[in-house]
Design a protein around this ligand. Sequence first.
Ligand code: FRU
Length: 519
Amino acid sequence: MTPPCLFKKERCNRMISEKLQKARDYVAEQGAHIPPENYPLFHVTPVVGWLNDPNGFSVYKGEYHIFYQYHPYGLQWGPMHWGHSKSRDFVRWERLPVSLAPDEDYDHNGCFSGSAAELPDGRHLLMYTAGKIISQEDGTPKKLQIQCLAIGDGVDYEKFSGNPVMDGSVLPPEGIDLDFRDPKIWLEGDIWYAVIVNRIRDETAGCNTGAVLLYSSANLEDWELAGQLDCSHNEYGKMWECPDFFQLDGKQVLLVSPQEMETKDPALHEGHVALCLLGDWDGKTFTRRSVQPVDQGLDFYAPQTLLTPDGRRIMIGWMQSEFTKYVPDGSQWFGMFSLPRELRIQDGRLIQSPVRELENYRKEQTVYQNVRISAPLSLPGICGRTLELNLTVRPVEGETYDNFILKFAQNSRYFTSLTFDPIRNVLVLDRSQSGFPRGIKTPNGYPAGVIHQRTVPLLEERDELRLRVLLDRYSAEIYVNGGEQVLTVTFYTPQTADGIIFDSEGTASLDVEQYRLEI
Ligand code: FRU
C-alpha cells in the first residue's frame, strides 16, 4: 500500500531563512525582559507583537501544539509569520521559536492561516495559505491565495519544494482565486482531506459569497475537489473564514467564521462571528440542520479543533474579533487565545466546557451558600483576576427579583459586568467601564467603534442560573448553564481592579464557589 505521505526529506528546503532568523532573534531579544505578570496565566499570547487566528492546533509526539498568525514587529496585523507554542495539558504553555516567515516568492505576502497533522512517518506537517501578489497583464497587482506545505520536527519547519500544492486551478468554475484560504487538514484511512474557504460567485444570492470546499489527496501533493460542503448565500455573513469539519456525538459539525454578518436573529450577533453549523454527512453531502453561535460574548473568532488521543474534541479560538478590537496603550503584545474547550453535542446543541486539565490548578477553595443578595455585596475572600468562580442564582422562596448583577475586575474606577434579567430571560455583558475609549477606530482602520455590550437571550427558562466564570488577568470566559452558552470578554484594566461584587434588584439567593488558579 502506498504510504499517505510521499515526502522525502530532500524535497524540503532545509535552511532557516534570514527573514525567519531575524524574527526569531527579534522576539528573543524583545521578550527577554518582560515579567511573566504582564501576560495571562494560562492563555496563549505572543511574547511580543500581534497574534490573530489559532493555526495548526494538533497533537504531535504526545504534546499539543498551537501555532498562530503572527506579526512580531508591531501591535497590528502585518506581514504574517507563524508563531508557535506547545503544552502537555492545554494550560501550561511553552513558547517555541517562530516557525514560518513569509520568505518565499510564493508566500511573500504572508503565511496565512492553516492547520497541522502528524505524518505517519513521525514528522509534523503544516498546511497553510500563502499570500502571493502577481502583476496582471494591465500591470495592476492581484493578490492570490494558494495552499502550501511545510514539514518539521516540532521546532523547525521546512517549506516543501513542490509548493504550492493547490492554486486557482483546483477551484470550481464559480470559485474566485483571491479568497481561497485557511485549509484544515486531516487523514482518514490513507486519504488526506482538507476543508478550505472560498469566495464564490453565487447565483442564488446574486453576488459573491463565502463557501466551504472539500478536497482530497492520496499523496498530499495532488489535490482534487470533492465538492462544496456549504455556502452562506450571504445569509450568514459575506465571506467565511477558518473552517473546521468533524464528527461529534453522531452529528457532523462545520465550524465557520463569517465576516460582516448582518442578522435579525437575536441569538446571533452581527459582525465577525464564529458559527457552528450542525448537520448530517453521508460522505458526499453535508446537510445543514441548524445554525448556532459558538460564543455569544464580545471576543471570539476563528476557532480550530483537535482530537485528543483519549477521544475529546477540543476547540481553541482567538479571543478577539474585528469589531471588538482595542489595543491598549503601552502593551508589548496583543492577542490571546481562549482556554481550550471540550465540545460535545447534547439534544442537538453544542455544549462547551473548559478543558478538565484546568481543575489540576485549582487552589484554595472558598464557598458560600444561600447568600441573600438585595444590595451591592462583596464576600470575604471572593476577589482576584486569576480564578474560577462557580455561581448559582435562584429566587428566594415566595419572592421575585428583577436583575442579578455580577461585577468583576472591579475597583472604584473600572468593572466588567454580567447582568441576568429573569423577566426578559437575557444576559447582558458589558465592559464599557473597562477603560476602553469610546468611538475609536480599530487599528486596521475599520470605521467602527469598538463594541462593548451584548444582550444574549438564554436558551431556556430555568429556575436557577448557573455560571462558571474563568478569570485570567485580561479576560473572562463565562460558561452558562453547564456550557450550553458561552460568553467571552477581554479587558485591559490594571490588575489592582480585582474586586467582585454581587447585586440584585429584589432579593436573590446565591451559592458561590471560588478556586484560585495557580500554575
Ligand atoms: C481570519 C483571517 C484568515 C486569514 C488570516 C490572515 O482572521 O482573515 O482568513 O488566513 O486571518 O491573518
